[in-house]
Each structure stands twice: as C-alpha cells, then as structure tokens.
Ligand binder design. Sequence first.
Ligand SMILES: *Cc1c(COP(=O)(O)O)cnc(C)c1O
Length: 708
Amino acid sequence: MDILRHAAGFTPLPNSINRLLDLAYNLWWTWHPEAQDLYRNIDPELWEEVYHNPVRFLREVRQVKLDEISQDSDYIQTFHKVLGNFESYMIYDNKWYAKKFPNQKHKPIAYFSAEFGLHECLPIYSGGLGVLSGDHTKGASDLGIPLVGVGFLYPQGYFRQVIPLHGTQESIYQKVRFSEVPALPVYDGDGKEVVVSVQLPGRMVHAKVWDINVGNMTIYLMDTDINPNAEGDRELSARLYGGDKKMRLAQEMVLGIGGIRALRQIGIEPAVYHMNEGHSAFLVLERVREYVKKGLTFDEATKKVKSTSVFTTHTPVPAGHDAFSFDMMEKFFVGYWDELDLSKDEFLGLARQDKDWGPEFSMTVLAMRLSGKQNGVSKLHGEVSRKMWQWLWPKKSVADVPITHVTNGVHTESWLAPELKEVFDGAMGKDWVLHPDDREMWDSIDDVPDETLWEVRNILRAKTIDFVRQRTRNRWHRYGSNPHQLQLIDNLLDKDTLTIGFARRFATYKRATMLFTDVERLKRIMGHADRPIQFIFSGKAHPRDEPGKALIREVYHRSFEPGLEGKLIFVEDYDINVGRYLVSGVDVWLNTPIRPQEASGTSGQKAGLNGIPNLSISDGWWPECYNGKNGWVIGTDEEPDAHRDAHYLYTLLEEEVAPLFYTCNDKGIPEGWLQIMRESIKTVGSQFSMARMLREYVHNLYMPLLIE
Ligand SMILES: *Cc1c(COP(=O)(O)O)cnc(C)c1O
C-alpha cells in the first residue's frame, strides 16, 4: 500500500513501529481490541480525543510519545504479536470460501449499500442497516467470500446528536476530512484518480472513488464533493439521508449507476450483484444498458441481469419503501430509456406501483423484478414480504412467492466484550471465533464457573455505568453546571442494580415510551426496596421525524421526574461506540416494537451474545431464538395494543425478571439468572452470528447464481 504518497502529514514513526500506519489503514483493527491498544497505549488521552481513529491519531501524536514507546520492550513484543496475527489473518487461501469453492474464489460478489457501519470514527451509517452492511463485510473477510463493497463516503456523514436543556434533539453535522479517516483515493492503471460521471438533468455529476480495506475485502466509496461539480452536486454525497426527494434520487443514481461505472473503471467484473435494500436498485438498469449497448435485446439483457442479482429487502412497512414520482423519473432519466431500448412508458412500467395518489416508480419493485434471488431478513419478515409483494407474482399464491429469508446476524468479534471473549476462549479454545456457528461447541459455556461469569457481568455493568456517568458529566459541563451538580452524577445509577437497556433508532413503531404507560406502577417497580430496577436509554430520531424527536424529549424529561431521577437516563449520541457499551454492560435488553414492523433487529443479538437476555415483543428475529429459557417474550401474538403490552411488561418485570436477578445462593450468586445468561449466550452466539448468516447467503443465494 502506498499510503504516504496519498496522505501526508503523519508524525514520523520510528522504524521499529512504522507498520502502525499500515495497520491503521486496514479496518481489521476495528474488531481486534489488542490492535486498538497499540495506539491507545501510546497516548490514552489522545486516543479518546480522536474518537478511536488511528489515522487521526498518527497525525496528531507527539514525537516524544512515539520515541518513548519504541523503547518499551513489552510494547514492541506485543506489537509484533499483533502484527503477526494480522499477517496470518490476511492469508486468503486459508479461508473457508477459498477452500470450499476454489473455482469460485476469483469471482467477485459486488455488495451495494447506501451505508456501511464499520466503526464510530467513520460516520457513514445511520443505524441497523448500515451496521449490518459493515458486519457483512467484516464477516465476508473472515470467511474469505470475495466481496467488493460499493457505497458513499459522506463528507458530513450522519449527524451527531445533541440534547439541549429543553430536550429536543439537535443535529450537528461535522465535516469529515478524508485525509483523517482510513480511506485512500483509488487510481486506475494509468495512475489517474478514478472519477465516474452520471448524467443528471442538464448536467453531469462526477464522483471520486475512495477505498477502504476491511481485512481481505475492499469497499469502494463515492464522493461527489469534488471540483468540476456544481455547488449543489457537491452536496449530493454530503449527508446520509439528507436533502429532499430530488437529492435522494440523484444520490441513488450515483450509487447504482455510478457504482457500476466505478467497478468497470477499476477493472472489476463481479459475477453476482447484491443490493442491500432498494437504494442501489438503479444498478440493474445500468447493467441492462451495458448489455443492450453490446447488441442484446432488452429481454435478453434483463435475463442476464436477473440471473446474477440478489436483492435483500429490509422494510416491513409499506410506506418505508423508496419510490419516486413519474414526473421526477422522466426528468432525470430522459434519454436513458432509449439506451435500454425502451419507450418512456415501458421504462416507467418497469417499477410501477399504484398508490392512492397515483403511480410511482418503486425501487423495491425494480429490484424485485430484476433480481433472481430475493430475501427478507428474518423468518417473520420473509412472511410479511411475501404478502406485501405477492401482487408482483399474480399467478402465485402467497406461500409460493419466491422471496425467501436469511435472518440477520452480528459479527461476533465486533460486538463481544473483550472481557467475555477471554472467558469464551478459555472454554471453547482460541479458534472458536472462526466458526461461531458450530452449535455443539457452545455447550462448553456450561463449564464456565458461575463465579467467573457473574464477576465479568458485574465488571461490565460497572464499566458501562462509568461511561454513562462520564457522558452525562460532559453534557452537563457543556451547559455550565456547577461543581455540586456535577458531583451528583457520581450517584447516577447504581452499580449493583438490575439495569435494563433500550437503545435504537427512535422511530415511532419502536414505542420507546411504552414503558411509561402507567408511570406510578413503573415507579413502584423501579423503587422496590429489595429488587430495584434502573434504565439506560439511547437513540437518535431522523432529523425530520418530529414524532420520533417527541419520544426522545419525553424520555429525557422523564429522567428528571421524582421517582425516576437518577435511575433512568438518556445517553446522548447513540452510535457504534455507545452501542458497544450498552449491549455488553446492561443486564436485560428491552425491545417493544409494534409487531411485525421490526424486520429483524440486531441490537438484541449483540446483547444476547454478551449474556444479556432479551425482554422483547415477539417480533423480528426474536421468535426464532426464544426457547422459553433464554429471555422473555412480552405479551402474545395478538394485535398490538400499547396498554396491554405495557401491562405484560410490568408483570414480567415484577414477577419474573427482578425476582430471578435478586435471588442469590449463599455465595451471593443468582444461579437462576446465570442459567438464563448461559442459555442466551449459547443460542444467540451460535445461531445469530454473521458467520451463520453469510454461509446461508452463500449457499442459498450467491452460489445458485454463481454456478448457473
Ligand atoms: C446494532 C445497531 C443498530 C440496530 O439496532 P436495532 O436492534 O435494529 O434497532 C442501530 N444502531 C447502532 C449504532 C447499532 O450498533
């Protein structure tokens, strides 16, 4: 890699540790805490200041710190060990896919997504969809699946959330300097920067292509904030889900059409194209256009595209699907349909969906029609999707609609607390993370002594509460609180109390405030003399989602209400970092969506893996996992009703959750609770890992298209 040629301004590294720079530019470090420690240990304060970004760290670190550490023999020894691990990780031919499918290993699978959630220092994700894409890439690298990611590098990313004193979320957009994140410009064979162009009404828009290395995988990201573009077009990739419908359409054209052009310029010929949600669906049009240009008819071209495309839908709510008016589509695609050998009406008809207010061009319809494999992201969501899209297959019954499901999973090493990983290493051997989907292996968790598991749980809870206090202190500090007020924060939350976490996007269907349906009852439950309960909330609402913001405001104001104050807190600026603390540091993970609007939900999988049982409505992935011993189901499968669901929730807390947590043996250990923890670890760890998910994608979706 030629980092120094493209990215100047680093503090000179002593020779003995100069490979810290290579390491920084491969996101392998994001799931290897020991690699992060190589930077942290040089200057822990700076590491926090740069928000765990090793590229910024190496720019800003002081020379003396580097010189000092390069003399530390323990450090150097660790450095070589980590580097050795990295190098053996990078040997591609040792990976599962390379061994299992030696004839397929050179056929790339292009994976298109509007967001990639890889790490908190790279704010190009908004929530679950992005974190899934990031985990998908990391997992593909682990297994050796020849994936190539395509997405956007947003210079302002997704917003950072600030909760002012009045409690209404404000959005802060910070400019990300690309020289300060682990991304590098891509050059073509002639040494020129790769720039692609897409026709928009009356002008061309250009996008520069960057790459990010994730283990053995590469993600190509487009950036429209470059010189020949008009002012408005430079903003095109500025923000994830910012702007109006026109901007959104232009963004999706750059993602789908520009993305294909980028791959071509770089010289990549994927064998399969995977659209993660409909945002990238224009890629099928661009591929049809390419074939028509080569002399195929539209029908022949479509057949080819279909037989090599996979589409994953993520939205069980009809209004959540991306669609554009015919009027706009005509303006943006005038001329393009000629190149597809279609008339305007035929073109619009490709993705037509009739709504109450008229016909629309639906990205989901386009993707469904022009892909050979389609899937939802949980068993329940598969069923919902077959019903929702049955009209696209009018001759088929709902059950025969060809939308299957692959239930989401999470990247084990990215989400498992290092303290617990050590315990798991002890029980299952060091290599267990290479095959977390081996179910029998997890039985060894039963051999971990109660004392050990309970001790780690207590350490992680304390660590998370310290983090929450620090965040809260920083926030109060910003508003000029006096020392006395700041000191009160030392008593915020209690380190031995049953702690329940709720962190997710504040979309209304997730019903974050259902907990407050009967506040007096809630206060009695939380204030129980022997069995108290406390809550940690976190989450962002979309900047234009006023009802979502109102939910945040309510949680925030509740946190000052007598009976709740000090025992319930809203943590500002939910992101991957906050997420990591919460999904490893609370005792119970709460989820209260309106069934069946949660397509999958993955935060509960992260928690479950860390031995944090789920307390959830029977929605998304949870009905597939729940076995009566690894957590709780709130209510039944009846029609959702917030009052009734809240009642079920209170009763569970009073009669099952709290008593189990506080019933200890004579060593002070809640044996019943540890049983639930173990059961949660075993079921979630084995069945909801990214490794399991990816092997299903390979066997059920990618491979049938690859070997056709
Ligand atoms: C895992 C994760 C999500 C998704 O959580 P859900 O359970 O789907 O709501 C959202 N945001 C972040 C930062 C995450 O890490």
